[in-house]
Design a protein around this ligand. Sequence first.
Ligand code: NAD
Length: 418
Amino acid sequence: MASQAHNPFKIAQQQLDEAAKMLGLDAGTHAALREPMREMHVSLPVRMDNGAVRVFKGFRVQYNDARGPTKGGIRFHPDETIDTVRALAAWMTWKTSVVDIPLGGSKGGIICNPKEMSPGELERLSRQYIRQVGRILGLEKDCPAPDVYTTPQIMAWMMDEFYWQKGYNDFGMITGKPLPLGGSRGRNDATARGGVYCVREASKAIGLDPCKSSYAIQGFGNAGQYAATLMKEILGCGKLVAVSDSRGGVTNPGGINAEEIVKYKLDTGKVEGFPGTKPITNEALLELDVDILFPAALEHCITAANAGNVKARIIAELSNGPTTPEADVILYKRGAYVIPDFLCNAGGVTVSYFEMVQNAYNYYWELPLVHKRLDEKMTSAFQAVHKMREQQKVHTRLAAYLVAVQRVAEAMKLRGWV
Ligand code: NAD
């Protein structure tokens, strides 16, 4: 995930540098924001089903907690690297800031291949991670959540392990939990829902009629699947023309039934072979002539090499870090409206924050209230960023950085850190 050419942490630093320059940040504040405040590296011995002990490597990076306790997901991935985790932790810092929730940013990861592990092995690995990292977690310190290849079940095991360490239920130490264990209503689809609220606002901003629009989705996991169905639920129309996952993609210019392809993916584990569609590669999907493109897989899929061929008018980044800085400039010059990752996918952390709030007062909200509050947060964040974009005449990611970095820098100054 973190090749030398596209090291995500270098990209995150480059993006910050540009914002710091435009904001006129003093050198000390800028330097403090370029590095994580704390990180923990752990080795995790786990008894595998064959009786042997295997040692996994794990990380937790707490990037910045000036605005409140840190918050960020945990990834299980064979190509996980510390620089990927650092970049994601930095992006979490800007994300909580841009949606203006009182939290900082963090991220965790374990180098492992969950597709090759049994449920028992995954449970033992998840518990071992908390045995090691639990000492720096908690509602008031740092609160993890699901990310790539981690699930509500994994969150439940982690919460339970924390319970055995502490001796009491601290449901708010982790979010994305199953509903019976203090999860929030509306968390499952929150990332995609927040992204679709942003697409609704961006469509208004550029005068695109969502009813006449077509859309394609790269990556068909949690975020991608919900985006497919919510486009219709929230915008009332729109035509899904292509989807893909790690095995490959499918397309039908006449339209793909979103509910049916989600069901097919859940039943078969793939999108390939969905009736009425033709195969398409992940690369070709990005270059389709669609109105809206949702990258919803992994990092740096839109680079200087292919940005010139990306035709979508709105690029709604549900995944983290799909577009490189060079690609951002190419897309902006061409007039594309990129809704940057840390704004577009902030619905997940926003409902995670609602989950922490509900856990803290042990009283739970009905679904319409979650949706209403999420819509308010996402819409006002989108509008703040759009206003900055228009005022400063910069691409949307830089506008979002200007809004977010300014708030974190102000908190650091007020606390006397810089
Ligand atoms: P997920 O594990 O549920 O799904 C990931 C999907 O991407 C899978 O369908 C997988 O097959 C596909 N994929 C993997 N490699 C691919 C490749 N090379 N080309 C095409 N598809 C590929 O993960 P998710 O939760 O949907 O997260 C997706 C992205 O959204 C990640 O970048 C994640 O950090 C980001 N995100 C997720 C959430 C959330 O709440 N789920 C919140 C914020 C950001």
